[in-house]
Design a protein around this ligand. Structure first.
Ligand SMILES: [Zn+2]
Ligand SMILES: [Zn+2]
Length: 280
């Protein structure tokens, strides 16, 4: 498992084969391959004693979506791809795919960092990218498996695998000095460190609004992405300058009218707030 791929291995594939395979890696997963894991949002719950951790304002439930586990009702069910599904996809794309720890300790074992996390190199079709995994809330042998699975999924994300299931904060650059893979940066519509949402080059005279206003407004989107109030201001601003129907690129890389992008996001945030209020 731990041997390095050599240049000769990478040459097993032609450039066209590699592009086709890496493209296949990015295909959406089938609904039955998507799983859910709970992410409690109530701070009091996460600080509570006992198991499952539930504060006095919330209730213990068995969440069917999250695999029937006992958990506070104050959680959101986050989509993810399991280790088996991720492995299956990698095998389908490249039977010779491989991972290795970024560094080894004196005993030659994978080196964990201070957060019990691990950096790995994931190699698919001779292309290598790094990823990071940890094992939040798990111990012992289970933790090691979780760390590895998590790191493979994270590195896979850098190839665009299950990209739509990651939140924008997951997609931030985790490690200093290591740029996003060019394809991923393109997918997210940005150059490194630039805002995640960019404006489309516009045909001249298609709209009455100015490109400068549009660029300015789109530039505010990443900062406003988690706030319905801020997004409503953007909406008003864009309407005022007649640029609300211009196309912009969402965090998942899809081009759509700014109107759709902003309106859908406001609805999502409002729905999440309602769910939190209903649970509180
Ligand atoms: Zn709570
Ligand atoms: Zn759940």
């Amino acid at each position: 498992m731990l041997q390095r791929l050599t240049a000769a291995d990478a040459e097993l594939y032609t450039r066209e084969e590699r592009i086709a395979a890496l493209h296949k890696l990015r295909e959406p997963f089938a609904p039955q391959e998507v799983r859910y894991r709970p992410q409690p949002w109530c701070k009091k719950c996460s600080q509570a004693q006992g198991w499952p951790k539930v504060c006095e304002h919330h209730h213990e439930i068995k969440c069917q979506r999250c695999g029937g586990q006992k958990i506070t009702d104050a959680h959101i069910c986050l989509k993810y791809i399991g280790h088996a599904e991720a492995t299956n996809r990698l095998l389908n794309v490249d039977p010779f795919w491989n991972w290795e720890p970024l560094s080894l300790d004196q005993l030659g074992l994978p080196q964990y960092d201070g957060n019990r996390g691990m950096w790995i190199r994931l190699t698919v079709c001779g292309v290598t990218r790094i990823g990071y995994g940890d094992a939040t809330g798990k111990d012992g042998a289970n933790a090691v498996k979780e760390i590895i699975g998590d790191a493979i999924r994270n590195a896979g994300m850098r190839f665009g695998m299950a990209l739509n299931l990651w939140t924008s904060s997951d997609l931030e650059i985790l490690e200093p000095g290591v740029p996003l893979a060019p394809e991923l940066a393109a997918e997210l519509g940005r150059t490194n460190d630039a805002p995640a949402i960019k404006s489309a080059p516009q045909p001249v005279a298609q709209e009455t609004g100015g490109q400068a206003d549009f660029d300015r407004i789109v530039g505010q989107l990443p900062r406003s992405w988690e706030s319905a109030v801020a997004l409503k201001q953007i909406k008003a601003d864009a309407e005022k300058h007649h640029v609300f129907d211009r196309k912009a690129q969402g965090p998942d890389g899809t081009w759509m009218p700014l109107r759709t992008l902003v309106t859908v996001r406001i609805a999502e945030l409002q729905q999440a707030a309602q769910e939190r209020n209903a649970a509180a």
